[in-house]
Design a protein around this ligand. Sequence first.
Ligand SMILES: [Zn+2]
Length: 423
Amino acid sequence: MRRYKKAFKPTKTLFRDVCEIDLSLTYKEKVFMSIEDGREPVDSSDILYREVLYIDDKPAAYCELYDETFNRVYVAICVDKSFRGMNLSEKMIDRMFKTVSETEDLKNKKFIWLVNRDNNKSIYLAKKYGFKTTSSYKRLKYRGWNFMEKWIDTHSHYNHKKINDLKLINEMFKTNDKIITLGTDIESNTETLRLISYYEDMYGMIGFFPNDAYVLEEDFVGKKTSEDNWNVFIHQLINQKLVGIGEIGLDLHHNNFGKKDCEIKGPKAIEYQMKYLEKQLLLAKDLEKPVSLHSRDAIIPTREIFDKFDEIKGVMHCFSYGVKEASYYLDKGLYLGVGGTITYKSNVQLREAIKETPIERILLETDAPYLTPFPFRGKTNNSSYIEYVILTIADIKKIEPNEVIRITNQNAYNLFKFDKKTA
Ligand SMILES: [Zn+2]
């Protein structure tokens, strides 16, 4: 492919022709749709080739192929209202995108329409023609990547009423090979068992969250009830589609034990939390099941318990500490679960820790309905948004997004097995 000459030289061509050239070169790649107000969508020095679409003898759009990283060819189709200094009428832009949306070759392709945050007109046009929109291109190098493989969400809560929805969950399996859903108390553990028996590719874990473990404590619910609850839990665990014990851990952020009228706070609450984390860790060890661990603002007490174990099989879910803690957990044999928080601009510490962590020890997760990644913060999280976690990890690790999926899927298989035959 010839490198595009620096001096801009528009070529008169039909839009369809431009796209045919691109798509033959970019089988696995993506097509960008872009409206940028006078800005180049990429560094123009990266452009290999550029063609211009004319409508009524006026330049209406340009199509660029550019090599960003790893010699991958990308395609950008950009429309600029003041393209090359010529003002395009709104009618012309409208017509241009109508042509694109009706072009047969492009119908099944994944389009990302890049818009400026405040560009309501762009958003309006993108929606009008049914394109997916995104407001920030620069933050993620691989935005709009055409994923060829499905990923595995290793930590979610589809037992939560916000996302416990047949249509939504079925939709998730379009992008997710498998989903692990976790219980945190008696009710959600029971619902987890129902969900994994219903959805073929949904697996589960059950356990008692730091404050929810009060149902196992005789000081709170009496001797008989606490014993009954523990026995039911052990019986429930005999299920091949339960791939571990979780979500268990310590939470000094909420610093509590019990719920509503029986809730306590402070040092005594942490003591109870620690007691039931250790009890569930010992059970997991006996049953040879991995654990999914929650540790929030609890570096010291988490270490106090983990120091008692030579090795722990499992994952530090939503890992939120820095490089030093990462290496401690990795030495214990744990994987690090990475979700939406890695996409948050302020989370430099986590990105540094993940940079130092071998990708063979990373698992993808959502914690849905919580911890929605950028750019969907504020919305309810779901397993399809892992896309943005993958893109961020790819950026940090300087590997292709599909490679991130392949390796992290393998990690999930290594830890959780997912034996269908015995399900
Ligand atoms: Zn969780």
